[in-house]
Structures are given as C-alpha cells and as structure tokens.
Design a protein around this ligand. Structure first.
Ligand code: GRG
Length: 301
C-alpha cells in the first residue's frame, strides 16, 4: 500500500510554501492540510489507479496531483465544517481548528483557497503532462477531463456540499429523518468523496465504464460504513483517539445511526456494509490487497 509518508511528502511538495502569497494564507492552508489525517481518500485514489495500471510514470503525472487535490478538497470541507456557523468545533486532528488558530475570516478564506488550489493542481498537472509527452496528450486528456468532472461533481452542489446543506438545514420544518433520509445525507456528505477517490483513480488508469461504476458503488457503501463508524466513535471514543471533541452529535442535537438504532445495531450495520463492499471488491481485477486491508482496518470494529 502507498505509505502515509509518501502522501505527506507529495502534499508538502504540491502545497504552496508557507511564506508565499499574501498574509498568513499559505501558512493556514498548510496548517489545515498537513496537520495529520489518515489520508484515506488519497490512498484510495492511488490504490484504485494501481488496480488497473502499473505505469509508475502515469501514476506520478496523473494520480498524484488528483490525490493531493482530493486531500485539499477534504481539508477545506473540514475547515468549513468546523466554523461557528456549522459545527463550531475547537479541535481537529488533535490541534486547534483553523478558525480558532487564524480567526473566522481566515477560516473561510483558507477553505476557499484550498478548494481553488485543488483545481490549480489538476489543471497544472494537465499542462505539465502536455509539455512532457506532447504526442500522447490527446488520449490522456480525456482521462484528465473525465476524472476532474467526476471529482467536482461528487464534491459539489449535487454531492458533498448538497449533503452538508441537508445536514445544516434539515429535510424541512419539523421533519424527523428516517433511516432512508439519513442514508441519503451520509451518501452525499461522506460517501461522495470516497466514490470520487475510487472512480478518479480507475478512470486515470484507463478502467472501463463497468469497472468504474462498480467502484462507485464500493465507495458509496464505504462512505456509509465510515459515517456510521464516525457516529459510533462520537459516543465511544476519547479525544486522544479521535483528535476532536467527542459527543458533538448529541451537543448539536443531530440524528445519527447510533441515536436512531443504538450502538449494537450500528455496529452490526457497519459489519454488514463491510461484507458487501468486500464482496464487490473481490470481483474486480488486479491486486486488491491494499484496499482490502484498508477496509478491514477501518471496519472490523
Ligand atoms: C463544509 C461543504 C462542507 C462539507 C462538509 C465532510 C463534511 C462535509 C463534514 C465533516 C463532518 C464529519 C465529521 C463527517 C464524518 C465523516 C468524515 C468526513 C470524517 C472526517 O474524515 P477522516 O476521518 O478525516 O478521513 P482525517 O482527519 O483522517 O482526514
């Protein structure tokens, strides 16, 4: 499996240097992205690429910038989610949240800058690719464009941001969400970036439509299981384990799988989803060991 250190080095290399640009923005961008994190989405994107291609040069030119862009999008979503207007959290990854460290305005601007920077990384990678491989550019350009389209659709108004709107605004006045509504919210808010990770890696490596749609479904199941796991950790884990204040769902009066069905049923559902996603993964080509062990580590709880 691609190592955490390699991802950290890539992010270090791709992000602006701390003293570049205006005010403390670059420093705050680095603080928000480089300050820990499991790098699940970057790892999944690169491991999904490796299911379909062993071309290390392509991996470097195409999968790495997408993996870093995805971590920037994820980073911005956490920075904005922690703002007083949303979850109003003080700690993330064991450190002060970005707005607590740099102020509210900088929290908003840092999130904006990270989202924009993700696009800069990908478009610059496309331009660099053209310079380094002029003859091959056209055939790979369509992979770049398709992957970018999948990434921003999943992250956008009809994906993660849409899910966050449902989370913040609810489903309507006095509507208590049922299991289906909760699942929709999680699929948008949490699954979509995992789906983007698996699909972008596969598209960049040249997987066909059927394989991409299979991975899309695995990402959907994975996000659901991940959100339920997060709900479980919110009531069972400590600050030292999660790096953030726990009990926040209850504090914010949020309906979760745990509040709706209880801890045991939530754990059973994670196991069930883990079984489903492992079964689907087994049907794909290539060496699935890395993704299998990642899912096992996350979901055998
Ligand atoms: C503000 C547009 C906008 C979206 C926010 C992702 C999100 C949407 C909110 C985060 C709320 C939350 C804690 C969801 C649970 C699942 C989740 C995304 C947890 C954090 O992801 P990890 O555990 O984080 O992969 P690390 O720190 O390891 O990168």
């Amino acid at each position: 499996m691609i190592g955490l250190n390699t991802i950290e080095e890539l992010l270090e290399q791709y992000l602006p240097k701390g003293d570049e640009g205006y005010g403390l923005l670059s420093e705050a961008m680095r603080y928000s992205v480089l300050g820990g994190g499991k790098r699940l989405r970057a790892i999944m994107l690169i491991e999904s690429f490796r299911l379909f291609s062993d071309d290390k040069d392509l991996e470097k030119c195409m999968a790495y910038p997408f993996a870093c862009a995805l971590e920037c999008i994820h980073g911005y979503s956490l920075v904005h989610d922690d703002l007083p207007a949303m979850d109003n959290d003080e700690f993330r990854r064991g450190s002060l949240t970005t707005h607590k460290r740099y102020g509210h305005a900088m929290g908003i601007l840092t999130g904006d800058a990270l989202l924009n920077y993700s696009m800069e990384m990908i478009t610059r990678a496309g331009v660099d690719f053209e310079k380094s491989k002029p003859g091959q550019y056209c055939s790979y350009m369509s992979r770049f464009m398709r992957a970018a389209s999948v990434l921003y659709k999943n992250a956008g108004a009809f994906g993660m941001i849409g899910g966050q709107v449902l989370d913040v605004e609810g489903f309507g006045d006095d509507v208590q969400p049922d299991e289906g509504m909760l699942a929709t919210l999680c699929e948008l808010k949490t699954s979509r970036l995992f789906q983007a990770a698996l699909c972008c890696g596969a598209i960049l490596a040249g997987a066909d439509e059927t394989e991409v749609s299979f991975l899309d479904d695995i990402g959907r199941l994975m996000g659901l299981a991940f959100q339920i796991r997060d709900d479980i950790l919110d009531v069972t884990a400590s600050f030292d384990e999660t790096g953030k204040d726990t009990g926040s769902d209850e504090k914010n009066n949020k309906s979760t799988f745990v509040s709706m069905f209880g801890l045991d049923a939530a754990r059973d559902r994670v196991k069930e989803l883990y079984g489903e996603m492992s079964g689907k993964l087994a049907a794909l080509p290539g060496d699935k060991t890395a993704l299998e062990s990642l899912f096992k580590k996350l979901f055998m709880i």
